[in-house]
Write a protein that binds this ligand. Structure first.
Ligand code: ADP
Ligand code: MG
Length: 315
């Protein structure tokens, strides 16, 4: 067996294990990541090859553009100008979790739009539904009601296979606990989204180009000297940088970041935040970042606060 097939085999079994372990975990982020990985795995099994066309990935818009309920922040930068299109529009989003016989409402009608090119912070007390919102925006879960539009197309009701394709092509996600695959090196972790996108043959045909791009991204995030390190040989800040490089590997239109510095010391936090800011300013990457650090929220172009399951006001 070639070393590549061995890596891929290990990678697949790792994903299955991660998904299983995540289902066992009580942490909602872990569960979501497990679901993500399980779905990526399912997509790969179902698709077999790279037969999905990017353009075909999302169903055409079937509903009218939803009403946008949002106050424009006078302090915002140019990204808030009326001429800047919305890349994501969330309308009247509701989500609850069943506990025993009761439905506990978490999101009770969230209205929110994300403008192309902005860095938007989402703040709110622990348990206010920030991760729930981000997971819905990343199609890791489906809302009870309400709509989410991405680039003018409705995504909250996509079939699972199309949601997988959407995430694998357009939406990058990073999490507080990184969710790197422990048996893979930094470089392999960054290549992973393209490994799962393609069949083995198709991946191998394009591997050289992908490796070049992965190395460039790892250079961009300051990890050129850590290509062959496994996650347990990296610091927290380095792991988050690797997960950012992995998210960028697919060239996403939006990066959804759930407390990306929540597990880092202040120096590593500042480094990761600077990197996100730089990606936003210099590469125009749209970022939605959940944080409970108010100074980080102030650094963003805009901040919204979740209170009682709805957007309270913009700061
Ligand atoms: P935040 O990220 O703002 O801390 P979350 O979105 O993780 O908040 O959670 C909001 C509420 O929903 C919490 O009370 C949490 O316990 C509950 N919750 C989140 N995910 C689940 C789940 N999968 N099952 C049951 N309850 C959940
Ligand atoms: Mg959370």
């Amino acid at each position: 067996m070639s070393s590549f097939s061995k890596t891929l085999r290990d990678f697949r079994s790792e994903m299955a294990e991660t998904a299983y372990a995540a289902q066992e975990a009580s942490n909602a982020d872990d569960v979501a990541a497990g679901l993500l990985e399980a779905r990526i795995d399912a997509q790969e099994r179902a698709s077999g090859d790279d037969k999905f066309e990017r353009e075909d990935a999302i169903e055409p818009e079937t509903e009218r553009e939803p009403r946008v309920v949002e106050r424009v922040d006078a302090r915002s930068n140019a990204a808030s100008a009326a001429s800047v299109p919305n890349i994501m529009v969330v309308s009247q989003l509701r989500k609850g979790y069943v506990k025993g016989k009761k439905l506990i409402p978490v999101l009770r009608g969230v209205d929110l739009s994300v403008r192309q090119g902005e860095m938007l912070a989402v703040v709110g007390q622990s348990g206010s539904g920030k991760s729930t919102l981000l997971h819905l925006m990343g199609t890791l879960d489906t809302p009870d009601s309400g709509t989410i539009y991405f680039d003018g197309q409705r995504i909250d009701n996509l079939p699972i296979g199309q949601r997988d394709v959407l995430r694998n092509h357009y939406i990058g996600m990073i999490f507080q606990f990184y969710h790197l695959l422990p048996e893979l090196t930094t470089l392999e972790n960054v290549l992973a989204p393209l490994m799962v996108r393609h069949s083995v043959l198709s991946y191998l045909r394009q591997r050289d180009g992908y490796v070049k791009r992965a190395k460039e991204l790892l250079d961009l995030v300051g990890l050129s000297h850590r290509l062959k390190h496994k996650p347990n040989e990296l610091s927290g800040g380095e792991m988050q940088r690797a997960s950012i490089a992995r998210a960028l590997m697919t060239n996403p239109r939006v990066l959804l970041a759930d407390e990306p510095t929540g597990n880092l010391d202040s120096k590593a936090s500042a480094g990761v935040l600077d990197l996100l800011r730089e990606l936003n300013r210099e590469q125009g990457l749209t970022i939605v970042m959940v944080t409970h650090d108010m100074s980080q929220a102030r650094d963003a172009d805009r901040a919204i606060r979740l209170v009682d399951g709805a957007v309270y006001h913009e700061e």
